[in-house]
Design a protein around this ligand. Structure first.
Ligand code: ZN
Length: 208
């Protein structure tokens, strides 16, 4: 079962990819993880990625696609996989279609206001990295980590301006993939505005 999870930042793709990966025993593959793993391995591609990231530049499509291609060729992806946050552009999607057959593209539907509320409410512990949320998982004492007493802060990525910018980039570059996969008959839509459990039930309904 070869799956793509599509949706705005904050739509819950990562959380659901983890849940589904456990339930079906297929790997969750994100480009962020692939970049980090390649850099750590020190492979030829990894060194290229490292150089690009150190300059603060975006990893080009060709390199991203090659890392994904190599990852999908590994044995554990033979029984299926979940691509979480890839492809991000039409160019990447076209390249992927050249070497993989996708079964379902799950589109996580959610409105912008809810994404902003979800992401801007996130708080991270400066000392141990524990993650909280002002609505869903507040710490016992405001601004303090339950586990270690460390100070909680808002990551730069989770500040309102940054969230709005990420949403804008998503709409420009990635949202066109909805029509792209709809045309191919692969798009399946879920309502991801409620709980992860609710999203999981919908996805299982599609797959089973
Ligand atoms: Zn902590």
């Amino acid at each position: 079962m070869n799956l793509i999870f599509l949706g705005a930042p904050g739509a819950g793709k990562g959380t659901l990819a983890t849940l589904l990966s456990r339930e079906y025993g297929i790997p969750q593959i994100s480009t962020g993880d692939l970049f980090r793993a390649a850099v750590k391995e020190g492979s030829e591609l990894g060194n290229k990625v490292k150089g690009i990231m150190e300059k603060g530049e975006l990893v080009p499509d060709s390199l991203t696609v090659e890392l994904v291609r190599q990852r999908l060729a590994k044995a554990d992806a033979g029984g299926g996989y979940i691509l979480d946050g890839f492809p991000r552009t039409i160019v990447q999607a076209d390249a992927l279609a050249g070497f993989e057959q996708i079964d379902h593209v799950i589109n996580f539907e959610i409105d912008d206001q809810l994404v902003i509320r979800r992401l801007s409410g996130r708080r991270v512990c400066r000392s141990c990295g524990a993650i909280y949320h002002v609505d869903n998982m507040p710490p016992k004492v405001e601004g303090k980590c339950d586990r270690c007493g460390g100070e909680l802060y808002i990551r730069d990525d989770d500040k309102i301006d940054s969230i709005k910018n990420r949403l804008r980039v998503y709409k420009e570059q990635t949202e066109p993939l909805i029509a792209y996969y709809r045309d191919k008959g692969l798009l399946r839509e879920i309502d991801s505005s409620r709980s992860p459990q609710h999203s999981l039930e919908q996805i299982k309904g599609i797959l089973e």
